[in-house]
Design a protein around this ligand. Structure first.
Ligand code: UD1
Length: 422
């Protein structure tokens, strides 16, 4: 198992290019199942989750040729409609194949994702929506089975806006008979990206990016090309790292309008943030100020940036209250940040963070993807050596993280524990 070693304290200076969005790439790859035509996807991030989705598509019988940031996919000869436990347990987003499989082949069997470090993450809304579309759903032996001769359009109301749930239903409804309306849909940019790809392939979708999405089902889709949008969470992570180290960082190839809530909070914290068409410049001219943050569905502050913001507030002047409203127990990074000297009190779904003058490097353990990003950001600003263990979480979603941070002047490297043993 690898670990990341950071000698904190260097100001981050320079430009960093953002990769494609993992959370866009995953549904886009899953959606290739909806037709037999060739799909060419570019700006795919080289991260483990994307490779896992490629592997899952391969198991189903899809032809995937993946090179660098481009993949050519053809789902003409699918021979299985089952997503096995061994894969789903490593990546919950595997559930994204459920909608496309049942819509095109009339059946799907997908392992029910288990518990996870950020609390209970049910898929009940995915299943209730598919049932509304006419699928017969059952759960047996740890697997979800969905069956339908042909899905039919329906009006679906989501109790909570769910990102992958909206994506699953949008994909399924694209091949249903008649019109589907998804109400209280999630509005994340990744949903708009998926909708645009589906529309290029013949789907009829309106309203993606608003809370009501209307889908007029068509009898078949064709192949198509698509360039994945930039990763707004990766961009936000580099900006937080820039602010935390009092650096000057320019994040390029991003969409600033996808980052508005994050940029607003960084400004409140004292950063000078300039937006241009596809880049954001950040500098920290004065003191880092405490600021309150509440995570919310898009366009609110993203839960995937919460850990990085907590790290930042640990060094800010004053007290900040960070409220997590999207996931129930997404605070695994708190104990680890305390080991670095952070003063954080947990009150239900709120964190009260009292800024300290300094954090000190320490061995810390990553527990999930974004918690790891928070620890990295803290380590970059901490005094002395931070060793982040269990970095496979980071590898699921950040492309060439150490290389990109090193280019900004960070003293960071990966130590392969396997190499050490031999
Ligand atoms: C996606 C993102 C993840 C991000 C999250 C919230 C992907 C691959 N992952 O996850 O990075 O942190 O959105 O922005 O895109 N819920 C239910 N029932 C359901 C589905 C969800 O109650 O059937 C609840 C969840 O427990 C949570 C809330 O809805 O409290 C939002 O979750 P959801 O948007 O579904 O998250 P994911 O799509 O899993």
């Amino acid at each position: 198992m690898d670990e990341i070693l950071i000698n904190g304290g260097n100001r981050l200076l320079g430009e960093v290019r953002v990769s494609g969005a993992k959370n866009s790439a995953l549904p886009i790859l899953a959606s290739t199942i909806l037709s037999g035509g060739e799909c060419v996807i570019t700006n795919l991030p080289r991260v483990v989750d994307v490779l896992t989705m490629g592997k899952l598509l391969g198991i189903l019988g899809t032809k995937v040729s993946h090179e660098g940031n481009r993949a050519v996919i053809q789902a003409a000869a699918i021979h299985s409609t089952e997503a096995p436990y061994d894969l789903v347990k490593t990546m919950r987003a595997s559930v994204l194949v459920l909608g496309p499989l049942v819509a095109r082949f009339g059946e799907a069997k997908v392992s029910l994702p288990g518990g996870c470090a950020i609390g209970s993450r049910p898929v009940n809304l995915h299943l209730a929506g598919l049932a509304k579309l006419g699928a017969e759903i059952s759960i047996e032996h740890g697997y979800i089975t969905a069956k339908a001769n042909r899905l039919r359009g329906a009006r679906i109301y989501c109790d909570t806006p769910t990102v992958t749930g909206t994506e699953n239903l949008m994909m399924a409804a694209s091949l249903a008979d008649g019109v589907t309306m998804i109400e209280n849909a999630a509005k994340e940019p990744e949903i708009v990206d998926l909708a645009q790809f589906l529309v290029k392939r013949g789907a009829r979708i309106h309203g993606a990016g608003t809370d009501v999405i209307t889908i007029e089902g068509v009898s078949q889709l064709h192949g198509g090309d698509h360039d994945v949008i930039p990763d707004r969470i990766e961009a936000g992570t580099y900006l937080a790292a820039g602010a935390m180290t009092r650096g000057e960082v320019t994040v390029t190839h991003c969409h600033p309008r996808h980052l508005e809530a994050v940029l607003m909070k960084l400004r409140e914290a004292g950063a000078d943030v300039q937006e241009e068409k596809d880049l954001v410049r950040l500098a920290m001219p004065g003191i880092l100020k405490g600021t309150d943050v509440k995570t919310l569905p898009f366009p609110g502050f993203p839960t995937d940036m919460q850990a990085q913001m907590v790290a930042l507030m640990s060094l800010a002047d004053g007290t900040s209250v960070i409220t997590e409203t999207v996931f129930e127990s997404r605070f695994m990074h708190v104990e680890e940040l305390r080991r670095m000297g952070a003063d954080i009190r947990v009150e239900g779904n709120r964190l009260v963070v009292t800024g300290r003058k300094a954090l000190t490097g320490a061995p810390v353990m990553a527990s999930d993807l974004r918690a790891s990003a928070g620890l990295i950001v803290a380590g970059l600003a901490g005094e002395g050596l931070t060793q982040v263990q269990r970095v496979y979480h980071l590898d699921r979603g950040y492309e060439r993280l150490e290389e990109k941070l090193r280019a900004l002047g960070a003293d960071i490297q990966r130590r392969s524990m396997t190499t050490q043993v031999h």
